[in-house]
Design a protein around this ligand. Sequence first.
Ligand SMILES: [Zn+2]
Ligand SMILES: [Zn+2]
Length: 161
Amino acid sequence: MGVCGSCWGSGRIQCSSCSGRGYISRLTFDGEMDTSPCAVCGGRREVRCSFCGGSGQVQTPSTEQRSRPRRRSSDPLEGRWSMAGGWYEFYREGDEYRVVAGGPTGFTDEGSATRDGNLVRLHIRSTFLGNYTLELQLSGNTLQGTINVMGMPVPAVFQRE
Ligand SMILES: [Zn+2]
Ligand SMILES: [Zn+2]
């Protein structure tokens, strides 16, 4: 079991129906704004993470996810790394990497990463989680580290695709 990469173990994700606003605004026939609470999240702005069912924990990636064909770069980090519910994609840019982070709910965040030997440091600008920094150890086809979720260290293991 590992942390759910979709909700980062919180078990809750931003409501996609109202984009996390908690209400829906629409224009009526007479040109007025009609604002009503979002029926999907009930105005709470979050919904239960459907990927992990709200537990925040998921099984390790399925063989189907692992076997997706992808061109392998000669760079030890470049390419896509995934765990159940989430992934990071690294693109080499000079001495650094550009990083795109994503999950099954369709959110994508961007950031940068540096690699110092086997230590990979990520700086992600996340619209949902806020800006965060993550340190991961690179060893072969595995990237692992500890993610802090609400003050609780949770182990995270990413596999190279
Ligand atoms: Zn989840
Ligand atoms: Zn909503």
